[in-house]
Design a protein around this ligand. Structure first.
Ligand SMILES: [Zn+2]
Ligand SMILES: [Zn+2]
Length: 139
């Protein structure tokens, strides 16, 4: 099974998961723009029972998602890197692909929350776009 490891910029927080992510997406929602300082966040959806922190204790920040359920961001209190967000409505973590070690040859399967994208957003070619979430996902 494929193994994935990652860390924040300063290395204080490390995590691990194995197995293919259940989804990979560019998320263009406003919150992701603010968290990343970019037009989007490249996230991998990893089932909660597959994901574990292996070093350090992240700080957290909670907001209500569209579903009304909590989204718990985990970030490094030292360097500020957002590593992942626990999506309680979906029982998975949105893991920041940018924090993975090595090059895993990943690509997004979909663009989500494109209705919230800024006018200067860049969209990937040949990837389905959804104004919010695709109809068969809920988070
Ligand atoms: Zn750090
Ligand atoms: Zn988002």
């Amino acid at each position: 099974m494929e193994k994935y490891e990652g860390s924040c910029a300063c290395g204080t927080i490390r995590y691990f998961f194995e197995g293919e992510p259940i989804n990979s997406a560019f998320c263009y929602c406003k919150e992701c723009q603010v968290h990343t300082g970019s037009d989007k966040w490249f996230v991998l959806w990893v089932p909660k029972d597959k994901f574990s922190l292996t070093k350090g204790s992240p700080s957290s920040f909670t907001r209500k998602g569209d579903s009304g359920e909590n989204v718990n961001y985990q970030f490094c209190g030292a360097c500020g890197t957002t590593l992942c967000a626990e999506i309680t409505a979906g029982d998975f973590y949105s893991v920041a692909a940018s924090t993975l070690a090595g090059n895993k040859n990943l690509s997004p399967k979909m663009a989500i929350y494109t209705a919230s994208a800024p006018s200067w957003a860049v969209f990937p070619e040949g990837v389905p776009k959804f104004a919010a979430l695709p109809p068969d996902f809920s988070a």
